[in-house]
Design a binder for this molecule. Sequence first.
Ligand code: ADP
Length: 351
Amino acid sequence: MKVLVINAGSSSLKYQLMDPATREVFAKGLCERIGIDGRLTHKVPAKDAKYEFEIPMPTHSEAIQAVLNALVDKDNGVIGSMQEIDAVGHRIVQGGKYFDRSVLIDDDVVAKIDELAELAPLHNKAALMGIEACREQMPGKPMVAVFDTSFFQTIPPKAYMYPLPYELYEKHAIRKYGAHGTSHRYEWMMAKEILGSRCHRLLSCHLGNGASLAAIEDGVCRDTTMGLTPLDGLMMGTRCGSIDPATVCYLQREGGYSYQEVDDMMNKQSGLLAISGISNDARDIRTRASEGDERCLLAFDMFAYKAMQQAGSMIASMAGVDTITFTAGIGENSAELRELIFDGLAHMGMI
Ligand code: ADP
């Protein structure tokens, strides 16, 4: 069986063509810098081969198209035609009140994912573009939606409720849902596989263009940094993370900004991009910081400081920690940022 797994992030799209029974990966890759320019890195593990292409990717649609072309490419492809793909799995960030498990995608599921996009504006829309592009290219192919929010169903009410008027929870289901759940669940599974009984209280760190932390105790998620939407928590590539909520009212009342402008500002024009003034890409910022650019240095410092502070909060929610895992672009690749974050927690006995 061949399943195409698609993870459409805010500025990137990761994919694998794999056999879920044997875990064999036939091809995998990454579309990066979507909306900036566009780069596809396509790997075929069996041949130990890696192909890189510069392909304009103004949106996720062009990214999916490029992935499908690479899979069936007559020289470097791994399948003869789309018919060889048995099913497609899509990672969806926000399942809200509708989805507490993975589901087969139909028109109703698409409509609900779209409805929930207001809770995850950067992601559910990106995933929908991926779904629509796959439906066009592979009509009738079974597709499954896997929701990030389902992993956080174990978070207790004291952690997921907001101290707002109670009817907002009853009428509008306003509460913490979390995001990156599939990633945090996988971090737990891998830590357990590697460490066995030594892994008990895990601080799971997903640090990419989107970033979040999760406190996981014996496989049960106790708390996470993202909230009603993936805007909450850590400072991110273009998202502000936690700020004083009064800022939102103030900007509209005193600054003359519309609701839409404030929403765009916090989701698309904040974070590393806003502070560095040059890019949301940590690599670009690293290069300029090493040349002495003060705003890029500040962007790095802020990213690390806020992650360190919120790591402390996650650790407190488990009353301790014995294992820390890192994933996503920054978490996996930037030893420097990992060190900056955990320097601040050295007093807890972390090395
Ligand atoms: P998304 O949330 O869009 O899926 P990713 O997990 O792909 O994001 O992470 C993208 C981030 O990872 C970018 O800020 C990028 O600069 C950063 N990154 C990727 N490779 C490296 C590296 N070698 N060193 C530092 N940062 C990196």
